[in-house]
Design a protein around this ligand. Structure first.
Ligand SMILES: Cc1cc2nc3c(=O)[nH]c(=O)nc-3n(C[C@H](O)[C@H](O)[C@H](O)COP(=O)(O)O)c2cc1C
Length: 203
């Protein structure tokens, strides 16, 4: 099959997110200018450079109430955030933190998670997370939108501090079986890394 208008795919659901899959999940912690911590997952996420390590994610704000996502507002106010990465064990609390709650609500408390101090940024990291990347906000790109109620953005940040839980390090390498990062598929589906294979580059 082929379609060029994404609204006319003829399938039961728009397949786009099932096609670009799996997508890693940035579990982004931030803090507002007045000190309220915030935590939310974003699966439009990836690394985009490693010298220096740089990440991007997309808080795509629905605009009906005009004020968009707390994560984006906090990052623009404070210029900092943390990308935590969840292993399979943290899938439920990660999902809980996607609830659309008032900005005064601290999602760490909501999901029973522990905010741990970061080294270089004010935003707390998730103590339970196997990996946390402290980030300095570099830029926000505004992407086209084809719906008046949707605003599309990409936030790019430079990693200035990396926390790795000791239990996922083995022989100086990341043990993917211990890490087991969760990732998003399409629809309501998720996966976690369970199979690893090696392939050498031709040159
Ligand atoms: C696994 C998962 C992935 C998500 N990915 C995104 C995403 O990439 N972009 C987005 O705008 N919202 C995404 N969401 C929804 C946000 O997490 C949700 O809107 C959240 O309430 C935003 O929180 P905030 O207002 O505190 O920033 C995702 C939700 C889940 C459960």
């Amino acid at each position: 099959m082929f379609f060029d208008d994404h609204r006319k795919h003829g399938l039961r659901h728009n397949p786009f997110k099932a096609l670009v899959a799996p997508r890693p999940i940035a579990w982004v912690s931030s803090v507002s200018a007045d000190g309220v911590a915030n935590l939310a997952p974003f699966s439009y996420f990836n690394a985009c450079a490693d010298r220096p390590p740089t990440v991007m994610f997309a808080p795509n704000n629905p605009r009906p109430n005009g004020d968009g996502k707390d994560t984006l507002r906090n990052i623009e106010q404070t210029n900092e955030f943390v990308v935590n990465l969840a292993g399979y064990d943290l899938r439920e609390p990660m999902n809980l933190t996607s609830a659309h709650v008032d900005p005064s609500i601290d999602e760490f408390k909501l999901a029973g998670l522990t905010p741990a101090p970061s080294v270089h940024v004010k935003a707390p990291r998730v103590e339970e997370a196997p990996v946390s990347l402290e980030c300095r906000f570099l830029t926000r790109l505004r992407l086209p939108s084809d719906h008046p109620a949707i605003e599309n953005n990409v936030v790019i940040g430079q990693v200035v501090g990396t926390h790795i839980a000791e239990h996922i390090i083995r022989d100086g390498m990341i043990d993917m079986a211990a890490y087991r990062p969760v990732a998003r598929l399409g629809y309501m589906d998720y996966t976690s890394v369970e199979t690893v294979f090696e392939m050498l580059r031709p040159d």
